[in-house]
Design a protein around this ligand. Sequence first.
Ligand code: RTP
Ligand code: MG
Length: 140
Amino acid sequence: MAGNRTFTMIKPDAVENGHIGPILEKITAAGFRIVAMKYTQLSRRDAGEFYAIHKERPFFGELVDFMTRGPIVAAILEKENAVEDFRALIGATNPAEAAEGTIRRLYAKDIGENAVHGSDSDENALIEGAFHFSGREVYS
Ligand code: RTP
Ligand code: MG
């Protein structure tokens, strides 16, 4: 039986620091199945569109600079209760507040450069997955 899905990105800081392997290991060990994955770099337009909800926030420019400065790993993950369980696995936005053992606690530097993205709702998981992948790139 297929579980539901979430969307993630391993952000440029984690890629630069050589954390792709350990992060994917944590993700799969937690029971998520990778159903789509690519190594790519966001354009400024992509990043602005992806994080459009934060357009008016003071950190928006910094966020776009950060998310476009190097390659990312984008993936769609499948598991029962995927969105909520993945947010628990990555931990709080600010790694200083993230629980022990979470991906952000282990690999993130600060609230801006925080290693990974995780969708915050089933609806956004669908939108974000479709932003990065065509139907033919998803293998269930
Ligand atoms: P994400 O969307 O990347 O999974 O992160 P999130 O839900 O935990 O946090 P959100 O509020 O959606 O913020 C999106 C990303 O913007 C950057 N940020 N910087 N400098 C700051 O105060 C600040 N606040 C947020 C982070 O990269 C955050 O993940
Ligand atoms: Mg968010």
